[in-house]
Design a protein around this ligand. Structure first.
Ligand SMILES: *Cc1c(COP(=O)(O)O)cnc(C)c1O
Length: 381
């Protein structure tokens, strides 16, 4: 694996003694906008940056409505609820994901069903979804049920792993056949496109994250994207305590949530979004440099974007040919100032989800044994 050559290369690429996995960069109006919040006292849940950030994201992703949240996790929670997921429903998703996907559906009282991913995307496989549905489900009055548990299969949450889009056309076709709602976990894929369309905009609602390690950050934060303006307006309403607008009265017409992003976080988001194209270009350029470098490193393969996609390369991935070398790779790089990480522990191996239904997860386990994330921060000269 030529570990010394690899760590030397990454040190040179980033030009620092310690190379972190993914850290934010602030090269624009961040301080200016934050000062403006403080100077005007609008630091909290009301202010012009909240509205502007939503409008800017609508334009950027070509959505009819974008609604900010306090985190990507609660954007997902709300998205699932708005897609009609209810207590006792089942939700098809992947075991190869960050815990937030499953936490969000668990808040509603829904059950995950873990299906396999594709080798060329690392994301939920339409073939696996179709296979599971045809073997395990039945349709009654246009509603899909799990034959064994009797539960309704209401939604499907694919996750665009490390910014690489899943096969959306094929997945959408399967879900249509079974009348299942698509809710994209696009937490990692801002700036990633599938056939020219921004990820997170393919279902009625999709969720994005602006956590500190993501491609752009608001400190902490998330967003829901809608094509349906009415549903978007409703999302805004329930994430802001479901208060009926009035100059002084406190009247609410629904159980609401206090999920609204504060103005200071939105200010950061506006400044970050002004530079997103440079960030994504920089990340793609880094990926290309890695791709060329690893062509000459035995037993290590660099993961590249799926066909018909433009990935943001949020976190770069190497696949180790020999699964027994994953620990050695992690040990050497982390001992030598290059931060690397294995992929998340599979959901099916965590105590909360180990009893959940799943398929063979063949590719999922294959990736879990071999993936290592390598430094991926934006490099701005
Ligand atoms: C980051 C992330 C989220 C959301 O995380 P927050 O920290 O709550 O913003 C959700 N799903 C995936 C796959 C993620 O990587």
């Amino acid at each position: 694996m030529e570990l010394k050559k690899t760590t030397d290369f990454i040190h040179d690429l980033y030009g620092t003694d310690f190379v972190p996995l993914s850290v934010p960069v602030f090269i624009g109006n961040e301080k200016k906008y934050l000062n403006e919040c403080i100077d005007t006292t609008f630091v909290s849940s009301v202010g012009k940056f909240v509205d502007r950030f939503e409008a800017d994201m609508e334009k950027y992703t070509n959505s009819s409505r974008a609604v900010v949240c306090v985190s990507g996790t609660n954007a997902l929670h709300m998205s699932l609820m708005l897609a009609g997921v209810e207590r006792g429903d089942e939700v098809l998703t992947q075991a190869l994901t960050f815990i937030a996907t499953c936490n969000a559906l668990s808040y509603i009282g829904a059950y995950p069903v873990f299906l396999d991913v594709d080798r060329d995307t690392m994301g939920l496989s339409p073939v696996a979804v179709k296979k599971w549905l045809s073997n395990n489900s039945e349709m009654k009055n246009g509603v899909c049920y799990n034959k064994r548990t009797g539960r309704r299969v209401k939604a499907c949450v694919p996750m665009h792993t490390f910014g690489h889009p899943v096969h959306l056309d094929e997945l959408i076709a399967v879900l249509k056949e079974y009348n299942i709602e698509l809710v994209e976990d696009a937490a990692e894929s801002i700036g990633s496109y599938y056939k020219g369309k921004h990820t997170g905009t393919f279902g009625r609602v999709g969720a994005i994250s602006f956590n500190g390690n993501k491609t752009i950050t608001t400190g902490g934060g998330g967003m829901m994207l809608f094509n349906d303006e009415e549903l978007g307006a409703y999302a805004k309403h329930i994430t802001t305590q479901a208060k009926i607008p009035h100059r002084w009265e406190f009247k609410h017409d629904h159980i609401g949530y206090n999920y609204r992003m504060p103005n200071i976080n939105a200010a950061l988001g506006c400044a970050q979004l002004e530079h997103i194209e440079e960030y994504v270009e920089s990340k793609r350029e880094t990926a290309k440099i890695y791709e060329d470098f690893f062509k000459n490193i035995p037993d290590v393969e660099f993961f590249t974007e799926p066909e018909n996609c433009r990935s943001n390369y949020w976190l770069n991935v190497v696949i180790l040919k020999n699964k027994d070398s994953q620990q050695e790779f992690l040990q050497y790089t982390n001992d030598n100032g290059v931060m690397t990480r294995p992929i998340w522990e599979l959901m099916t191996r965590l105590p909360m989800f180990e009893h959940c239904e799943h398929d063979e997860l063949e590719n999922t386990v294959w990736f879990a044994d071999r993936v290592v994330n390598i430094p991926s921060s934006v490099r701005i000269k």
